[in-house]
Design a protein around this ligand. Structure first.
Ligand code: HEC
Ligand code: HEC
Length: 479
């Protein structure tokens, strides 16, 4: 939930800080603004009237600006081999793709709450893996005003002092904010602690419950004695094999390059993408689901999981890349949670340390993309849920019937927001729909709405078109 130094304001994704495309992702320059156009939202939600004939065709098809699909560079090809090679792990049996499987939209290939890793593959992970798809426009982590592209690091202590106790801005799809809000956004991992795909890739390599290498030297040693040695010397010069730090750095650069260059990480082949371009019909249920997803009085999902293309045609990624404390219930099956005093607080720790004092961010986690969400079988940062129906019940009932979401404590008292210590429970979002209701109010969604939204989410699965048309082939469908 963003913080504001002003009185409560309605804010929407419309005035997002322009994304610095690719900047964090290995520094490639690309100047692209990602301001979303609400003209589109209005158009997209128009089918109620325009498409009264229920044709299911988008009455206002648009041309999507899709990433170029070029052959992989030599570095990216090397990265691709490394991504799928279990040789890089301490166990010798786990690759990046073990937890981020291309067949599942780079989600985990199973329904486990957390993946097993470590040298013996018996160590339970700390959090569910995120998808690696659609990170190509993820900006670096920042905290700052939402409206301007400022590269100056903000004075966090000053912000903490100025915003403490102030009201928050609210996120409502389709309403322009009156004032800029201070928000945490961008970055990789559930807590944004890695800034680039290159730096990120070190973390699983050395994480004792993931790929579990003891040191950079151990990884370098494997690479020096691997079949990749000739590729490294060819690409980075013969000296590379004598410089362990540089060698591993180039390997991680290569893996990052693969994730950016390979179209499988951002295929945009979902039915929704086809519909946006006028190339597919949504069924009545899918269309109703889209409307409920966008409707600020129903799901308001699009307030955070952006569903509209930008004005210049960048396809929506179903995240505003910002952080919220939703108060997801505690998952008692996590190994770390056996300790009743342990809390995963996201931005303020324990995995990231730099913002530990910024308690106004405790409990906040990244808003993940909903593209291919249907291919996941574990949801939220603590894997509290395993089905989309459970997720929908959480959004629908948390405010109006919390007794259906949280357990009761030993004294029979409802353990509201039980995965966040009492001192930080004020950070939980109670202002954005669908969380702005009160106990006993009617729930925002009917059983039919829930079913429709889930049906709509299925249209975000890639692979709808047998073969993705090249951007140049994309045409405006005749109306
Ligand atoms: C044992 C399972 C496992 C393996 C192996 C693994 N990861 Fe991950 N990955 C995770 C988990 C868990 C997270 C989320 C961690 C967190 O938020 O703290 C994650 C997060 C990520 C993210 C951040 C995604 C986002 O949306 O912010 C990237 C990028 C990533 N992994 C890349 C890799 C690469 C590259 C490799 C191979 C070098 C790899 N992973 C190997 C489990 C794994
Ligand atoms: C106020 C912003 C906000 C709104 C509104 C919102 N979400 Fe989310 N969504 C988030 C955040 C933040 C997370 C991750 C929270 C966590 O793990 O603690 C999330 C997670 C999810 C996940 C789990 C994804 C995964 O990979 O684990 C699903 C599914 C989801 N949201 C669907 C929806 C739907 C459907 C709606 C509308 C009913 C909705 N969201 C409304 C911010 C929001």
């Amino acid at each position: 939930m963003p913080l504001t130094s002003d009185s409560p304001t309605s804010r929407t994704p419309v005035q997002r800080k322009p994304f610095r495309l690719f900047k964090m992702l290995l520094g490639a320059a690309c100047a692209c603004s990602c301001l979303t156009s609400y003209a589109f939202l209005n158009q997209a939600t128009k089918p109620q009237s325009d498409a009264a004939d229920n044709s299911g065709i988008n009455p206002h098809p648009i041309h999507l600006t899709l990433p170029q699909a070029n052959p992989l560079s030599a570095v990216a090809q090397l990265g691709k081999s490394l991504f799928f090679d279990p040789m890089l792990s301490g166990s010798g049996r786990q690759s990046c793709s073990s937890c981020h499987s291309p067949a599942y939209g780079y989600n985990p290939p199973n329904a486990l709450t957390v993946q097993k890793g470590g040298k013996d593959l018996h160590h339970a992970g700390y959090r569910p893996p995120l998808s690696l798809a659609y990170l190509y426009r993820q900006p670096p982590f920042s905290i700052g005003p939402d409206a301007a592209d400022n590269d100056v690091a903000p004075d966090l202590n000053a912000i903490a002092t100025s915003v403490r106790g102030d009201s928050r801005a609210t996120k409502q799809a389709g309403v322009t904010p009156a004032a800029p809000a201070m928000v945490a956004q961008g970055g990789l991992f559930w807590d944004g602690r890695a800034d680039s795909l290159q730096r990120q890739a070190y973390l699983p390599l050395l994480n004792p419950v993931e790929m579990a290498n003891a040191s950079i030297d151990e990884v370098a040693n494997k690479l020096v004695h691997s079949r990749y040695r000739p590729s490294f010397t060819l690409l980075f010069g013969p000296g590379i094999v004598n410089d362990p730090q540089q060698l591993v750095s180039e390997a991680m650069f290569a893996i990052g390059r693969f994730q950016i260059e390979d179209p499988s990480f951002h295929p945009f082949t979902s039915k929704y993408d086809a519909w946006l371009q006028g190339q597919a019909r949504l069924t009545p249920a899918e269309l109703r689901g889209l409307l409920a997803f966008n409707d600020p009085k129903k799901g308001n999902c699009a307030g955070c999981h952006l569903s509209q293309p930008s004005r210049d045609g960048l396809p929506p990624l179903f995240t505003d890349t910002q952080y919220e404390a939703l108060g997801v219930p505690r998952n008692t099956t996590l190994v770390l949670n056996r300790d009743a005093h342990y809390y995963d607080l996201g931005i303020c720790g324990p995995f990231r340390k730099d913002l530990a004092q910024q308690t106004q961010y405790c409990g906040m986690f990244l808003t993940p993309t909903l593209r291919n969400v249907d291919k996941r079988a574990v949801f939220f940062h603590n894997g509290a849920y395993h089905t989309l129906t459970q997720v929908m019940d959480f959004y629908n009932l948390r405010s109006v019937a919390p007794e259906k979401i949280y357990p009761h404590d030993a004294n029979g008292k409802l353990a509201l927001y039980n995965d966040i210590p009492a001192a930080y429970q004020g950070n939980v979002d109670t202002t954005d729909a669908p969380f702005d209701r009160h106990v006993g109010d009617p729930p925002p969604l009917t059983a039919q709405d829930i079913q429709d939204i889930i049906t709509f989410l299925h249209t975000l699965d890639d692979g709808y078109l047998p073969e993705k048309k090249k951007p140049s082939d994309t045409v405006h469908a005749s109306q």
